[in-house]
Ligand binder design. Structure first.
Ligand code: DL6
Length: 818
């Protein structure tokens, strides 16, 4: 007789049913009759996790045992992984049997999946990119470890109270997180503060000794990242800070009960909370501590793995290719030098050669103010030994600069790792560039502008290092999982291979772009998704959307350069048109916003308030009669994104040209069939080239035009003269029409637009309005619009993160990939 299937790996409907019941009882302590939704979630999650463990353990073994294959270590302060259950079932191919198993128990899989709290371990694009990359690495079978921080509180939860953003703590660990395994065996000591001195080593050489002020323990928590098909599993290893000694008995015995746990409190604070970006860096001692903790623990872990392979230390770079995701982990350059030179006694030149063959650095911003730099006194206080190492790297580097370019005596100042303006700073982007063998931007335009402007001097000095890898998103989560209706429609025509061969396969949809049957199915899928979002808007916002309206969506972080206020000005202008002429021919629109503002970013918070106040007026005006609706979806995150992207008809990518590094929301909208209205910024440029200019609504100044306007002296108010719609909208905002009569409410925002307008909102307004009108006219022709929508999806194959990862493997990491 055949052996009975293993109850922990059996993926049949019956096997899953039994396992869920088993876990329900033994993991949650509940019988079926009195289990709540959260208990069912836990039971299903454990059932799925069991089925991942074999591949997981094999993945770890492969990394720890095969020294011939270079392992990718992706160092990122953020991994915005999103809900795990649905994605893991999709990867294992057990969604349908699980759905049936649960249905037989009277449970709805979708409701359980939607119940899952999401670990908000990232701010936005950068952290989500890291998660898409982990998915692609696993799917392509590339051994990889993502190293990051296990924040106890992730990105704040955004509530909207009376139109304004309110920040609430994100207690994502309130219930146990079933997807992680704490690894007691993987703990490393990390030092902070103190001072250094010279000491003679036993071999007679002088060595620097670092006596830290504090030592904390970094503890590993592993999350599996299973590739599509379930055969390959990689690792996300997140570090949590813990006190070396939880409790100081001597202080306790002296009667100082509170002080006895002081150290524990201090240590655990390090990984307590994720910092929102767009905040000034100065004074964030704890943030430098966070960065150093995860970098140091990760490098110690890699050295441990390398050592266990029995390979000599000089070959460390053949075991690991380390990618620095922005500058947040850039202190790794100095830390690897410290570990090799101070701890392992390697000579400086060999250590530098190993270091510079190990690291590569991805830049993610074009905003000069977002380039990370640390005040020297703060850096010296937290990392005294690293500052010495940075000085030594800099001394040698600047010697080579001066030797190569004696004709440019100012070059050393511009390239230096130290910004000498007062107060002095360590320039992390310079440290990352000098210590890496490759530096890349994340879209073609971004990489060009990095070379030309932001890191121009460094790029001229190291031309061979600079390259581009355009971002991508995983078609598993961002199409197959989030949009089952469209995924089914696609698979019915071209099969399911597009899920892991997106670029190759999705293009085959092109031939159906004009097929009436296919168009009807496509429209039906979009309608299903719009109904899903309509339901969400109704339940959480009490806003009635009309699924037949054009769903026009802008979801992303709220920032002046992303220009949500340009979008609002447009809404006000449309509103005025409708009010003036209620009988006009008007394509009904639902304008949907979502996104968080950094808590200290005043103008971004004013923009959120303005959206909500405009919604209040527009949505209740009988003259509008529901033809224009405005909604702000609170707490935009991966989970709500999975509902919002699939429902969009029009994707708003309207940042000022030359400011958005890439954008990845643009790609998520695009592969879900939204047509883009956008500027020539970030990856929009490449997306437009792929889909064809006739399938993209382009407006606005180009990067060069922006620079020319700014050079000539930009006068925002001049744009009001020929544009009464714009003047009227600003006047209404200023006079209190959208602030319940309070004329002072939006004054800072309006004054900023009239007198400064750094992001040229007023300059681009007319072009944006014209383009919006073109989009509305096209939408009124369903066949033409649906054709555009299909062609957008069919031609966006290159924006799969699988393609990005292949490029990293071939051009940067030198790692074999299929
Ligand atoms: O590369 C991922 C993502 C880009 O798509 C966005 O354009 C860019 O704004 C974002 N950058 C950041 C910068 N944070 N820092 N530093 O989040 O990266």
């Amino acid at each position: 007789t055949a052996a009975s299937p293993d109850p922990r790996t059996d993926c049949s409907r019956e096997g899953l049913r039994k396992a869920v019941l088993d876990n329900l009882f033994y993991a949650t302590g509940h019988a079926q009759e009195n289990a709540a939704r959260g208990d069912w979630y836990t039971a299903v999650a454990y059932t799925v996790r069991d089925r991942m463990l074999k591949a997981w353990v094999q993945g770890i073994e492969r990394i720890a045992a095969d020294g011939d294959v270079r392992c990718v270590a992706y160092l990122s302060a953020e991994f915005l992984i999103g809900p795990q259950l649905g994605a893991n079932m999709l990867a294992l191919g057990i969604t349908e049997p699980m759905r049936e198993a649960l249905a037989s128990l009277g449970q709805d899989l979708d409701a359980i999946v939607f119940h899952e709290p999401e670990p908000g371990l990232g701010n936005g694009g950068l952290g989500r990119l890291a998660a898409c990359f982990m998915d692609s690495l696993a799917t392509l079978g590339v051994p990889a470890i993502g190293y990051g921080i296990r924040y106890e509180f992730g990105m704040f939860r955004q509530a909207i109270e009376d139109g304004a953003q309110v920040e609430l703590a994100d207690k994502w660990l309130r219930r146990p997180f079933p997807w992680e395994l704490p690894r007691g065996g993987q703990q490393y000591e990390v030092r902070l503060g103190g001072k250094t001195h010279m000491e003679t080593a036993p071999d007679g050489t002088l060595r620097v000794q670092w006596t830290p002020a504090k030592t904390v323990t970094a503890c590993a928590h592993d999350i599996p990242v299973v590739g599509h098909g379930g055969t390959h599993c990689n690792l996300l290893r997140l570090w949590r800070a813990e006190a070396v000694e939880a409790f100081d008995f001597s202080t306790f015995n002296a009667g100082e009960y509170f002080s006895s746990v002081h150290d524990k409190i201090f240590s655990e604070t390090i990984t307590k909370v994720l910092y929102p970006n767009d905040d000034p860096y100065q004074g964030k001692q704890l943030r430098l501590g966070q960065q150093y903790l995860f970098v140091s623990a990760s490098l110690q872990d890699m050295l441990h793995i390398h050592h266990s392979l029995g390979k000599p230390l000089e070959t460390f770079h053949t075991t690991f290719a380390i990618q620095l995701n922005d500058t947040h982990p850039a202190v790794a350059v100095a830390e690897l030098m410290r570990l090799l030179v101070d701890v392992h006694g390697m000579d400086w030149d060999t250590a530098w050669s190993v270091t510079t063959q190990t690291f590569a650095y991805t830049n993610h911003t074009l905003l000069p103010e977002a380039l990370e730099k640390w005040p020297l006194p703060l850096f010296a206080e937290v990392l005294p030994r690293h500052l010495e190492i940075v000085y030594e790297i800099n001394r040698r580097f600047l010697e080579s600069v001066t030797a190569a370019h004696p004709e440019d005596p100012d070059l050393a100042r511009r390239l230096s790792l130290i910004d000498e303006t007062s107060p002095r700073f360590v320039r992390m982007a310079h440290l990352a560039t000098v210590g890496s063998k490759a530096v890349n931007g994340v879209a073609a335009l971004h990489s060009e502008l990095l070379k030309r402007d932001v890191l121009g001097d460094l790029a001229a000095f190291f031309p061979e290092k600079f390259t581009n890898v355009t971002n991508g998103v995983t078609p598993r989560r961002w199409l197959a999982l989030c949009n089952p209706a469209l995924a089914a429609c696609i698979s019915n025509r071209i099969g399911t291979r597009w899920q892991d061969h997106f670029e190759e396969e999705i293009i085959r949809l092109e031939e159906f772009a004009d097929d009436p049957d296919f168009q009807a199915q496509w429209q039906a899928a979009k309608l299903t998704n719009k109904q899903r979002l309509t339901h969400l808007a109704k339940t959480i916002l009490r806003v009635e959307l009309d699924p037949a309206a054009l769903f026009d969506v802008q979801v992303k972080r709220i920032h002046e350069y992303k220009r949500q206020h340009l979008n609002v000005l447009r809404v006000i202008a449309l509103y005025n048109r409708l009010r003036r002429n209620p009988g006009m021919d008007f394509v009904p629109r639902a304008v949907i916003f979502g996104g968080k503002a950094a808590p200290a970013y005043y103008l971004a918070k004013q923009i959120i308030l303005l959206v909500n106040r405009v919604a209040e007026v527009v949505n209740t005006d009988p003259a509008v009669a529901g033809r224009l609706r405005v909604a702000f979806v609170p707490n935009f995150n991966v989970r709500s994104g999975q509902v919002i992207y699939p429902a969009a008809d029009l994707s708003q990518q309207i940042s000022l040209a030359g400011k958005e590094a890439s954008g990845t929301g643009n790609m998520k909208f695009g592969i879900n069939g939204a047509v883009t209205i956008g500027t020539l910024d970030g990856a929009n440029v490449e997306m437009r080239a792929c889909v064809g200019e006739e399938n993209f609504f382009l407006f606005g100044l180009t990067t060069d035009e922006v620079q020319a306007v700014q050079r000539a002296g930009y006068s925002p108010a001049a744009h009001l003269e020929g544009n009464p719609e714009l003047a009227e909208a600003l006047d209404q905002i200023r006079s209190g029409v959208f602030s319940r009569g309070d004329a002072g409410c939006f004054r800072p925002l309006v004054d900023n637009l009239l007198h400064r307008d750094e992001y040229l909102v007023l300059a681009d307004f007319a072009s944006y309005m014209d383009c919006q009108d073109r989009a509305a006219r096209t939408y009124a022709d369903p066949a033409a619009w649906t054709r555009m929508s299909i062609l957008n999806v069919a031609r966006l194959g290159m924006f799969s993160s699988d393609r990005s990862i292949r490029e990293y493997c071939r051009n940067i990491w030198n790692v074999p990939v299929e």
